[in-house]
Design a protein around this ligand. Structure first.
Ligand code: ATP
Length: 233
């Protein structure tokens, strides 16, 4: 579904991605784990089209995306739920969801909204309240629900567990596994390596702009290097 080959990207003259290769197959949950500053967010920005690439190629569902502008990537079904949630705090929960559907004017928008409320009942309860009044975990659910309103084939999730209490972290990871049932393929970027690898099919480990390990999640969790460096085990 999504392939990345030799991807490089820079801020000014400082290169931060040094030639990444990765692949996400249809129906998979794939995670990229790595420490703060490894380049995970930059990778997602390159995929969603909000950060230029200096070399390499991105293909999505058979099309070359490398130089396609961000809004066209959305139209093709590649959607990002950004780091820090970035919901509109002054707008209601429902208005935030409708903004996620800005590409569409058909009847399916109402059905998609119902689906979102079924998936996240708390959002139905709070649909008319300002999104800024939601708890951190609820805001994260809203960010994911809003991204789903864009009817993505593949969802790019940037650190959905960031800043949440442990119980909520578990809830958010549960939500990500529900996306599988909705035929949404997921690329999940996380500092919480254990939580992410537990729900993912495969994982990549990223260190200072390079992929240093990859494999089936179970194998990565069992690997002594990962256990020591990322899982604190
Ligand atoms: P985090 O978990 O903190 O988001 P990350 O793995 O997502 O970390 P990036 O945010 O992609 O990492 O950052 C990769 C490198 O690029 C870091 O060294 C960071 O300081 C640098 N960087 C990120 N954004 C910018 C920017 N707008 N201008 C200059 N350098 C940047």
């Amino acid at each position: 579904m999504l392939t990345v080959e030799g991807l490089r990207s820079a801020y000014g003259r400082i290169e931060v991605l040094h030639g990444l290769d990765l692949e996400v197959k249809s129906g998979e949950i794939v995670t990229v784990v790595g420490a703060n500053g490894a380049g995970k967010t930059t990778l997602l920005k390159c995929l969603s089209g909000t950060q230029p690439v200096t070399a390499g190629e991105v293909h999505f569902r058979g099309d070359r995306l490398t130089t396609v502008p961000a809004f066209k990537r959305l139209k093709r079904g590649l959607s990002q739920s950004p780091e820090g949630r970035q919901i509109f705090t002054n707008l209601s929960v429902e208005e935030n969801l409708r903004l996620g559907a800005f590409l569409f004017t058909d009847d399916r928008v109402e059905r998609d909204m119902e689906d979102a409320f079924e998936m996240f009942p708390i959002l139905r309860e709070k649909r008319n309240l300002a999104a800024g009044g939601l708890s951190g975990g609820q805001q994260q659910m809203l960010a994911i629900a809003r991204a789903l309103m864009g009817r993505p084939h593949c969802l790019l999730l940037d650190e959905p567990s960031m800043g949440l209490a442990p119980l909520l972290v578990a809830q958010i990871f549960d939500v990500v596994t529900l996306l599988r049932k909705r035929d949404v393929t997921v690329l999940l970027v996380e500092q919480n390596a254990f939580g992410a690898l537990r729900i993912a099919d495969r994982g990549y480990v990223m260190e200072t702009g390079r992929i240093t390990m990859s494999g089936v999640s179970g194998d990565l969790i069992a690997d002594p290097r990962i256990r020591e460096a990322y899982l604190g085990l």
